[in-house]
Design a protein around this ligand. Structure first.
Ligand SMILES: [Zn+2]
Ligand SMILES: [Zn+2]
Length: 390
């Protein structure tokens, strides 16, 4: 495997960074220790520019190549946040913060990008500029969007962006990618069915309007959105996850029922259609029974869409690092907020194998440090290939 010698040498140091981050996980935008750690390493490494506070606690760093005749600027992104999970991984460097754990491997992503930074700052063997993006709040806080909203892409003149995610169940240090939709959008909905003043005695249903029955009809009808309105070739999931009423007695008809669910899809048109159908079904079904339904739709992350040319290039860089690359991996339905960066600039997101461990977001998940040289090398390869010194 043609991992550069220098990155193989840096492997123990990058592993130590990773384990430090693993022991000191922080959530969402509250990444004060984490961002400080990243900034301290970047200072030691000797990058050209460090800017904290982009997207609240995000950090942007710049490394200039030995020349800049190309005028090219490439963005490389890592996420830094952990999850509210009690660690049960059994590693001998566990989280020191009860209830908080790097269970998605963002400690690994951050460390691998720092490793690439160290290599690139030492060698500068490229013609252009590398911009390193360390983002907060990937796990539900839209930190990627926050950095974009702070004008990051224009401020640093970023022309294309790349990121990676480790993938349990896939051989360590191997890569997989696909052009087009790679990860799903995820929206949440809440449907509140109410009939004020029409709850009642279970023995006198004719004098009440039974919100339980109305909500149950809505749950059943929602099953038709995916099965009857989506092109069977496309992928959409609609799940109603909760069903609650304000009655806690078996002999009472509830005034109010609340349903909560999620819609995930790989297709922007399906996403818009699903929202319209959920609203129509809930409102009209409720009306048919003399009740009303109020729908709150909370948009989540957009679909992560890899750009064609940049996917080919990202795969080429991965092949140089790790040999065979899967270039038509199946899309998956978790979502990823790198999608916001790919909406602003062309680029690609790649999966990197993390070996045989529990899935991301599981308390027993373990990031495989053996993947580090491959991940750091991929970042380096993107920079040196795209911005070759003449
Ligand atoms: Zn995650
Ligand atoms: Zn993640």
């Amino acid at each position: 495997m043609p991992i550069r010698n220098r990155l193989a040498e840096l492997h123990p140091e990058i592993t130590a960074w990773r384990r430090h981050l693993h022991q000191n996980p922080e959530l969402m935008y509250e990444l004060h220790e984490t961002a400080s750690f990243v900034i301290d390493r970047l200072k030691e490494i000797g990058v050209d520019e460090i800017t904290p506070g982009i997207g609240k606690t995000g950090v942007v760093a710049v490394i200039k190549g030995k020349t800049d005749t190309s005028g090219r600027v490439i963005g490389l992104r890592a996420d830094m946040d952990a999850l509210p999970i009690h660690e049960a991984s059994g590693v001998d460097y566990p989280s020191k913060t009860p209830g908080v754990m790097h269970a998605c491997g963002h400690d690994g992503h951050t460390s691998m990008l720092l490793g690439a930074a160290k290599y690139l700052a030492e060698t500068r063997n490229f013609d252009g500029t590398a911009v390193l993006i360390f983002q907060p709040a990937e796990e539900g806080g839209a930190g990627g969007k926050a950095m974009c909203d702070d004008g990051m892409m224009d401020r640093w003149g970023i022309q294309e962006v790349y990121g990676l995610h480790n993938m349990p169940g896939f051989p360590t240090g191997k890569f997989a990618i696909r052009p087009g939709a790679l990860m799903a959008s995820s929206d949440e909905f809440e449907i509140t069915v109410t009939v004020t003043g029409k709850g009642g005695h279970a023995a006198a249903p004719h004098e009440a309007i039974d919100t339980m029955l109305v909500a149950a009809q809505i749950v059943v009808s929602l099953q038709s959105v995916v099965s009857r309105k989506v092109d069977p070739i496309k992928r959409v999931v609609l799940t109603v996850g909760t069903f609650n009423t304000d009655s806690s007695a078996s002999n009472v008809i509830a005034h109010k029922a609340v349903l909560e669910g999620t819609v995930r899809t790989l297709d922007a048109e399906c996403r818009a259609m699903a929202e319209a159908r959920v609203r129509a079904i809930a409102e009209h079904t409720a009306a048919a029974y003399g009740a009303t339904a109020e729908i709150v739709w909370t948009p989540g992350y957009p679909v992560t869409v890899n750009h064609e040319d940049h996917t080919v290039f990202a795969a080429e860089a991965a092949r140089a690092v790790a040999g065979d690359v899967i270039e038509d991996v199946d899309p998956i339905l978790p979502s990823e907020d790198f999608s916001y960066m790919l909406e602003e600039r062309p680029g690609a997101f790649i999966f990197m194998g993390n070996g045989d461990t529990a899935m991301c977001h599981h308390p027993a998940y373990v990031f495989d440090d053996e993947a580090i040289p491959a991940g750091s090398s991929w970042f380096v390869e993107l920079v040196e290939r795209r911005m070759k010194v003449a």
